[in-house]
Design a protein around this ligand. Structure first.
Ligand code: 0PR
Length: 360
């Protein structure tokens, strides 16, 4: 068999985006795909060889820095996504503070467990309800605290923590605050009045291009309030043209930088705003249909809606048999729908109809 025939056969086994309702990824935009292909061979690990690609990376970082109101002292890193960004933030703050405890809300993404294991950090998990409020961390910061993590768009509910208020506390207590906006970063600025970025007294923030940024996987950004903090992870890259690296990964896809640069320029703020509003329209449509059927859910804040069910795992498996792939949260007994750009009202209509049959 021709190898491309084999590839086709493999792809046939993959779920199609017309069936995927619980993912935070989406079909990359045509413009991003084209740019990715053009830069497929470039390596930002040796950026002295790829000066043009490096410029695109810098411009893409500038774009998100502006979106998130970074001060002029900022530095940014293009990463492979939320996991790498979160690990890198904690790596830097562990080194700067020389402390080993990190405060995270109960809803924090499991990438913080990876960071804790890799960096030998102790996670102090705040048992907060749905999202983290300022009062939840009162009295929790102590001499061992390196950093606090807050979330703008948590994985389970899409809720935004009380970041402005939490930032005030962290500032008073002199501890770093990292904001995980991997999911919410490309939606909240356009549809929410909440301040979760550098306008609050945060230390760092991550935002993912391969989620609501509509670019190709892998793409995330980590922004730091102070450029000098990058020195903590500076490594001499001895055998390349490039003298220093400031990232966890060595070889890094320049194609990711080109793709995200291209799509940001193509969409512009207005384009992302329109898309975020369209996604919210789909999520409100879902809420209306669930109301009509008397199915309970957690009120959505962003384009993510958690439906209350009796046995989340079982329901998700039944839905998968009908070729609907949703997120599963066994702890809260919910199934998660994320209205990513590929999700249409038509898909939602059919899905709610099938959901009704499954939970009967
Ligand atoms: N921070 C938050 C708030 C997240 O929701 C996620 C991923 C991450 C960090 C980590 O990002 P990367 O996976 O890019 O490193 N949240 C989703 C999850 O794990 C990602 C996802 C994507 C899930 C596609 C399913 C799927 O099909 O639940």
């Amino acid at each position: 068999m021709d190898v491309f025939e084999k590839l086709k056969k493999a792809k046939e086994k993959d779920a199609k985006f017309e069936q995927i309702l619980g993912s935070m990824c989406t079909m990359p935009h045509e413009v991003a795909r084209k740019a990715y292909e053009m830069f497929i061979e470039t390596n930002l690990g040796d950026y002295e060889l790829f000066k043009g690609t490096k410029e695109l990376e810098e411009k893409a970082i500038e774009w998100v820095a502006k979106l998130l109101h970074a001060p002029s002292s900022y530095a940014g890193i293009l990463t492979s996504g939320g996991t790498e960004s979160n690990i890198t933030a904690l790596w830097i703050f562990k080194k700067l503070s020389k402390k080993k405890e990190v405060i995270v809300p109960k809803q924090a993404h499991f990438s913080f467990e990876k960071a804790s294991s890799l960096l030998d950090l102790k996670l102090k998990v705040i048992d907060c309800n749905l999202y983290m409020k300022a009062k939840d961390i009162k009295g929790k910061i102590n001499r061992d605290t390196a950093c606090v993590v807050a979330i703008a768009g948590n994985t389970n509910f899409g809720y935004i923590d009380e970041i402005e208020e939490i930032a005030e506390i962290c500032n008073e207590e002199n501890v770093f605050l990292h904001v995980d906006a991997a999911f919410g970063g490309f939606v909240a600025p356009f549809i929410s009045k909440k301040i979760f970025d550098f306008r609050a007294k945060i230390s760092s923030i991550c935002i993912d291009g391969h989620k609501m940024g509509m670019t190709c996987i892998p793409c995330g950004f980590l922004l730091l309030r102070e450029k000098k903090w990058l020195e903590e992870i500076k490594v001499e890259s001895k055998c390349t043209h490039t003298k220093y690296q400031f990232s966890l990964l060595g070889t890094r896809p320049g194609a990711a930088a080109a793709a995200v640069y291209a799509i940001m320029n193509y969409m512009g703020i207005e384009g992302y705003k329109k898309m975020a509003m369209r996604c919210m329209d789909v999520i409100w449509h879902l809420a209306k249909l669930l109301d009509e059927k008397g199915i309970e859910y957690f009120e959505p804040e962003l384009n993510l809606l958690a439906i209350k069910v009796r046995n989340a795992r079982e329901i998700a498996e039944k839905l998968a048999k009908l070729k609907w792939y949703v997120g599963v949260d066994e702890e809260n007994e919910t199934i998660r729908i994320v209205a990513m750009p590929h999700v249409t009202k038509d898909m939602i209509n059919k899905f709610v109809n099938d959901l009704g049959k499954v939970i009967e």
